[in-house]
Design a protein around this ligand. Structure first.
Ligand code: GN1
Ligand code: MG
Length: 593
């Protein structure tokens, strides 16, 4: 590392001293802590993002948000070149940088130039080289993260990279966001030549969308985002079968809970642009309420109650709730009696609605004899063990391929990318539909052919609908705004009310509990977290309990975001699900307490 670079990092890092005794970890949602201790972490993530940008020679994103956490928390995560989550290989490096105890240590950990030299020497003297385990651990991580051939192209100083680092910065509405964004900016610009662009207050999915668009060389401003969503939405509206534009016994109105966060205000902008939907936004950041306090998708889904500002006056109206950074979405309807539980339409049911619609379009496309043997697009569904068993049964009965991954969007997203069309959702409402590049190309060719041969045919409309869905639904991450628009247009297409939609299947009663244990990492699971392999004996004990219940299913796993072991149980009645969950929670306590 040259002297100018060294002094730049030393000088800027002295403004962001690491708090004593705090150790942070880059989890499923990046770094998330009380906002008051985060500035050095965010500054260092800025450095990491610039290094990631140099390594990938692409635009990288940094989002300052703590999603559905309380307003005094904040967090930071990196968006990779494809708009997805930071590559898992780099997570340990994020931890090393964020936890480096001093500026000198930080300097060593950011020393790409040094790494290149070591790497280069190893390559040149491979018969003499030291075993990799003798290389300092931060360097080993870099080696794992970066292909050797790639490194060899560069000299020992990062100033020789062909394209300077470029980072897009975004934040949600938290009061701590502005200062933390400034910390991120200073981190980025402490790498020579790196450029940070402040994109302002955004939803998390907007920032991810912009990063993906920039790297694909397409228009990437917030206005472009709104235009792409509204144009593809209008296209889908125009393709609704005639005579299908009225809901089945339901008025047109949608009321959205914005969690007092960023999503409400952004939805208002979309709403104005669209001018065709009847949407009322409550709990917008412009209102009085506190972010995520008795509002938002996480609260509604976990507590199964209506958010603040909603009550029996809304009975019969279609309602939806976004989380604090608008990457989660659930629907619900409020009962006429004030203390009855709400009808929750969760991520599993949004997934099912999308699957029914996509499957219908694919069947229109496949109807034509001439393509039967040419290409059969593969539709794949991805869920986690938290998906309600009734949803999985429903999807399998439709003949769909259902896959399971561990909890965490990065796993679901990765699996969904294996298909021509991959639909993934967590029960909590985070999910999207991925279209492979080859499938999009195939669709474009096919819709062109159909428009010259059989214009106006169902097959042509199906191809156009699928193309519009691929533009409407965020291809980078789950996005509550594009999710709302897709749900709304599919309900119109089907002529379904929220009640009809909710009747697709009936959820099995379920219960989630948290158990505090001495060390949650002593629970090790396998098979997409459905089986405990350590401590020995715990899974057998869970099995013995679970078989006592009709339709019983139960699993435990250590949380990735809280210091607890989570217990999930399902059974044919609520009482049985509660009892099963409580018994298994006791077992967890006995084995690990
Ligand atoms: C049961 C549950 O809802 N788990 C959530 C929660 O993860 P845990 O690892 O369970 O703490 O936060 C993750 C990040 O937001 C989200 O992806 C996941 O679905
Ligand atoms: Mg969120």
């Amino acid at each position: 590392m040259n002297e100018a670079q060294k002094s730049l990092i030393l000088e800027s890092s002295s403004r962001f001293l690491i708090p004593q005794g705090v150790k942070v970890s880059y989890g499923t949602a990046g770094f998330r802590e009380d906002a008051s201790i985060l500035s050095s972490t965010v500054y260092r993530v800025g450095i990491l993002a610039a290094l990631r940008s140099l390594k990938t020679q692409s635009v990288i994103g940094v989002m300052i948000t703590a999603s559905h956490n309380k307003v005094s928390d904040n967090g930071v995560k990196i968006a990779d070149p494809n708009g997805g989550m930071l590559s898992q290989h780099w997570e340990p490096f994020a931890d090393e940088l964020a936890n480096a105890p001093s500026s000198q240590k930080l300097l060593q950990n950011s020393d790409f130039g040094g790494s290149i030299q070591v790497q280069y020497q190893q390559q040149q003297n491979s018969h003499l080289s030291k075993p990799i385990s003798s290389v300092p651990s931060n360097r080993r991580i870099l080696f794992a993260a970066c292909g050797i051939n790639h490194w060899l192209k560069f000299s020992s100083t990062m100033l020789c990279w062909s394209r300077p680092a470029e980072i897009l910065l975004g934040r949600d509405t938290r009061p701590s966001g502005e200062a933390l964004l400034e910390a991120a900016r200073q981190g980025v610009t402490s790498i020579v030549g790196a450029v940070a662009s402040d994109m302002g207050i955004l939803t998390t999915p907007q920032l991810h969308w912009m990063v993906r668009a920039r790297n694909k060389g397409i228009k990437a401003s917030e206005q472009d985002y709104f235009e792409q969503l509204s144009n593809s939405f209008r296209c889908l509206m125009d393709l609704i079968p005639t005579g299908q534009s009225k809901f089945d016994g339901m008025n047109d109105k949608l009321v959205v809970d914005g969690a007092n966060g960023v999503g409400g205000a952004k939805l208002q902008i979309l709403h104005k642009l669209l001018n065709v939907l009847d949407i009322e936004v409550r709990n917008s950041s412009e209102d009085e309420g506190v972010l995520n306090d008795g509002v938002g998708a996480d609260y509604v889904q976990k507590e199964k109650v209506a958010p603040r500002g909603f009550g029996s006056k809304d009975a019969g109206i279609r309602c939806a709730s976004l989380d604090g950074d608008a990457d989660r979405l659930v629907y619900f309807s409020v009962p006429p009696e004030s203390n009855a539980p709400i009808d929750l339409v969760d991520g599993d049911k949004i997934l099912s609605l999308f699957a029914v619609f996509i499957r219908e379009q694919l069947s229109f496309l496949n109807e034509k004899e001439d393509i039967k043997n040419i290409h059969k697009p593969r539709l794949g569904i991805v869920q986690t063990a938290y998906a309600n068993g009734a949803s999985t049964n429903y999807l399998k009965h439709l003949g769909l391929e259902v896959n399971f991954t561990p909890t965490g969007v990065k796993y679901l997203h990765e699996k969904a990318a294996d298909f021509d069309i991959g639909i993934y959702f967590e029960a909590n409402g985070h999910g999207t539909i991925l279209f492979s590049e080859t499938f999009i190309e195939w669709l474009e060719v096919r819709s062109n052919k159909l428009s010259s041969g059989s214009k106006g045919s169902e097959a042509e409309k199906a191809a156009l609908r699928l193309l519009a869905v691929s533009k409407l639904i965020n291809q980078a991450v789950g996005d509550a705004l594009s999710g709302v628009l897709l749900v709304e247009v599919i309900l119109k297409h089907m002529g379904w009310s929220i009640h009809k939609w909710n009747e697709l299947y009936h959820d099995l009663p379920s219960r989630q509990l948290k158990v505090k244990v001495a060390d949650r990492t002593s629970v090790v699971t396998a098979n997409a977290e459905t089986v405990v392999v350590r401590p020995p004996g715990l899974q057998d004990a869970i099995n013995t309990e679970t078989v006592k219940y009709t339709q019983g299913r139960c699993f435990v796993r250590p949380s990735g975001t809280e210091d607890v072991v989570r217990v999930y149980a399902e059974a044919s009645t609520q009482e049985a699900a509660d009892t099963l969950a409580n018994c298994v929670a006791k077992l967890v306590d006995q084995f690990l307490g």
